[in-house]
Structure formats: structure tokens, C-alpha cells
Design a protein around this ligand. Structure first.
Ligand code: SAM
Length: 285
């Protein structure tokens, strides 16, 4: 995305206030998503949308985000402000391709580096359980990269699972991914006890509540990647340290030995609130 062009359009239409808008603009495939503060919610948004379409030839739809990402399904609502009136698009990431409806499923391009990082940690032949898979970006990146991997990919949103299945086909990974629609805890108890070498938990809001099901899915030893939102006062190190302490405590209480633990900053989700991924290699005592 050409940030300088966007900044230019923003300045022309909104003057100095434009810097806020540009910072929070997402591009998913050919859809541009903007957020506008209340005071800028006037007719100018349609002009802004049309200018974006005119200047950025790869954008065909401009949407304004109306609600934050919310609820169990982590979805957000939009207002259409320019271009074709649709919310479905095709998004590409590190050689993989995803069909996604940005209003009916969770999807964020801001996690692409994190997904790549995780996919690089997986070794040949591993069995992975992805408890909160969405349309499949983590699972599909892993399947494309890793020989003989088996990935059990779960999501509770039926629409996300429909897209996940379509994306498995698009990326030619149907032989490596088993896709489940339902609550991760029920699917794990029913089908996936002690199967996984690695468990992914990319849902910070529920990670701790679901930790015992992640442990249920793991073999006697294995890796887990737990995403958390952690506050800090002065610097991000505090959040990184606290996140490790939380996971060490939770695992200790449940009778696990933590052989290795590390924490990585993923992104700032609000002021002084960091999304962190805790990577742990653990053994049952
Ligand atoms: C933050 S999104 C992450 C999606 C995906 N991993 C990604 O990076 O795009 C979390 C996902 O968890 C799903 N979800 C919420 N509660 C769930 C549950 N109890 N069991 C399975 N999936 C759940 C939501 O539908 C949503 O797709």
C-alpha cells in the first residue's frame, strides 16, 4: 500500500486530522478499510473513498469500520463508502491465497509476520492443533511449508469454516489439514486427546480459559503458542515478562514442567496494551 499517496489524499480532504486515519487503514486484498473518528463522520468520507479508488488502482472497494472487532466470533461491521458493494476478497500472504469475507469472519493482515514466524518453527512430520483457526491462515502457511505435517484446524464460526475449506482447496493442502466446525474444547475432548506436538491458541480473549484443553490436546511433551493481551506502564518488556509469569504459573499449577519459555511482541492493540505470544515447550511431570 502506498502510504504517501494515502497521506496525500487524507491531507487534501481532512487536513491535519488525516494522520489518524492513515495510521489505522488496513488493506485486505482489493478492499481498503478505514476508521474515522466521530468528528470526521460527515459527507467527506465518500469523497475520500472515491479518491482512494482513483489513486490506488488495485483497490476496488472502500469500507469504513463501524464497530470494533467484537463478540465470540471476533467480527466487525462496516459501512460501504466507495467502489463495488461487497465484503469478499482474495488476499495473498507469503505465497498462500485466502478467500475471505471481511464482515463475516475474523481476518487481520497485521498478523502476517507472526503467522510466518510460527510456520517456521514447525518441523517435518509434526501434528499441530490450531484451536482458533478462522479462515485458516496459520494452518495453511504451515501446511504449505512443512512436509508430512498433519494440522487439525478448529473454528466455531461456520462461515469461517466454509472459507477455510475453500482455502484448503485453493492452496492444495487438503491432504494435510483436517478442518472442524465447533467449540475447540468439545472438539479436543471428543477427537484430539494427546494427539498434538504443537498447539496454537490465537485468541487472546479466551486463551487462559482454554489452556486446559490445549494441554489435553498435547502429547506428554510438546510446544504451545499462547496469545495474550497484556498491559504495561513504561515499556513492552514488562508485558513480555508478565506474560511468561502468567503462563509459568498456570502450567505449574496444572502439573507441567516448562522446559523452555519465551515471549514475543505481536502488536500494540491499544495504548499500552500489547498482544504477546508466549512460546513454551512443556512436559507432563
Ligand atoms: C482472533 S480470531 C483468529 C483467527 C485466525 N487464527 C487468524 O489469524 O486469522 C479467533 C477465532 O476463534 C474463533 N473462536 C472463538 N471461540 C471459539 C471456540 N470456543 N472454539 C473454536 N473457535 C473459536 C472465532 O470464530 C475466530 O475465528
Amino acid at each position: 500500500m502506498s502510504k504517501s499517496i494515502l497521506r496525500e489524499i487524507g491531507k487534501r480532504i481532512y487536513g491535519e486530522a488525516s494522520s489518524k486515519i492513515i495510521k489505522s487503514m488496513d488493506v485486505i486484498g482489493d478492499i481498503a478499510i478505514i476508521k474515522l473518528p466521530h468528528e470526521l463522520l460527515d459527507e467527506r468520507r465518500f469523497i475520500f473513498g472515491r479518491e482512494v479508488l482513483k489513486e490506488l488502482k488495485y483497490i476496488n472497494v472502500v469500507l469504513r469500520q463501524r464497530t470494533p472487532v467484537e463478540g465470540l466470533l471476533r467480527i466487525r461491521r462496516f459501512e460501504h463508502i466507495a467502489g463495488e458493494n461487497r465484503t469478499e476478497t482474495i488476499y495473498k500472504e507469503y505465497g498462500a491465497i485466502f478467500r475471505v469475507d471481511v464482515e463475516r469472519v475474523y481476518f487481520s493482515p497485521r498478523l502476517s509476520n507472526e503467522r510466518l514466524r510460527i510456520s517456521r518453527l514447525v518441523s517435518d512430520g509434526e501434528t499441530v492443533v490450531n484451536m482458533f483457526a478462522g479462515v485458516g491462515p496459520y494452518s495453511i502457511l504451515i501446511a504449505r511449508k512443512v512436509d508430512n505435517a498433519v494440522i487439525h484446524s478448529i473454528d466455531i464460526n461456520p462461515v469461517a469454516i466454509e472459507y477455510h475449506l475453500a482455502n484448503n482447496i485453493l492452496n492444495k493442502v487438503t491432504d494435510k489439514i483436517i478442518t472442524y466446525r465447533g467449540d475447540a474444547k468439545e472438539i479436543i475432548i471428543k477427537y484430539l486427546s494427546s494427539t498434538a506436538d504443537r498447539v496454537l491458541m490465537p485468541l487472546p480473549e479466551y486463551a487462559l480459559q482454554y489452556l486446559e484443553y490445549a494441554l489435553h490436546a498435547l502429547k506428554n511433551k510438546g510446544y504451545m503458542h499462547v496469545y495474550l493481551h497484556v498491559k504495561y506502564e513504561e515499556n513492552r518488556e514488562e508485558a513480555l515478562t508478565r506474560s511468561r509469569e502468567i503462563i509459568l504459573r498456570e502450567l505449574g499449577e496444572r502439573g507441567y514442567r516448562v522446559v523452555e519459555i519465551d515471549s514475543h511482541p505481536v502488536r500494540e492493540v491499544a495504548t499500552r496494551l500489547l498482544q504477546v505470544c508466549v512460546d513454551a515447550y512443556i512436559r507432563k511431570i
